[in-house]
Design a protein around this ligand. Structure first.
Ligand code: HEM
Length: 156
């Protein structure tokens, strides 16, 4: 049985995920639907989101240790923002366009895991944005994401 690589390593590590979020937020800030939502984001936003996804995908704990973040802290950024399904769909579209643009690994298994995570995370972001109280306690662990039912191309 071959060793199972993390999604983080399969995606090309930190540099690859940081490139993904850089290209993505460039698009976001030029997008009619999303620019109003993100126009006041912090200069660190792009990097923090890359660090968050990297950690969820089995990479180093930069969001937790370097950015002083946590799952609760990430959710707090969405609470009360009243984000919409239309904005969510556009968010997903621009992120997947960015993945193609930077040449992120595109085997069916990795992309299935990526889309699964983005659907899950973005739907939670919309739900949490309708509330005024953070449902995630500060001591809750970071989410983890893996290959899911498809297994992985590493098995071939
Ligand atoms: C998997 C899905 C998602 C992840 C992993 C994620 C991650 C994050 C993280 C880590 C932050 C904090 C950034 C920082 O520390 O500066 C953040 C903030 C934010 N996110 Fe998300 N997010 C997701 C989905 C979404 C979606 C779908 C939307 C809207 C359509 C959204 C809107 C925002 C906004 C408005 C902020 C605050 C920006 C500001 O500081 O002004 N997020 N997100």
């Amino acid at each position: 049985m071959k060793e199972v690589p993390s999604l983080y390593n399969w995606a090309g590590g930190q540099a690859s995920l940081e490139k993904l979020t850089e290209v993505f937020y460039d698009k976001v800030l030029k997008d009619e639907l999303l620019e109003p939502v993100f126009r006041n984001m912090s200069p660190e936003h792009t990097k923090h989101v890359a660090h968050f996804i990297a950690e969820v995908f089995g990479g180093p704990k930069l969001y937790t240790d370097q950015d002083h973040g946590s799952h609760s802290n990430m959710v707090a950024h969405h609470v009360g923002k009243s984000l919409t399904e239309v904005q969510r769909k556009q968010w997903i579209k621009l992120l997947l366009d960015s993945a193609d643009e930077i040449g992120l690994v595109d085997d069916p298994e990795f992309r299935s895991a990526l889309v699964g995570y983005l659907e899950w995370g973005s739907r939670l972001a919309i739900l949490n944005s309708q509330t005024t109280e953070n449902p995630i306690g500060e001591s809750e662990p970071m989410p983890k994401w893996g290959w899911g039912e498809t297994g992985g191309p590493y098995q071939k």
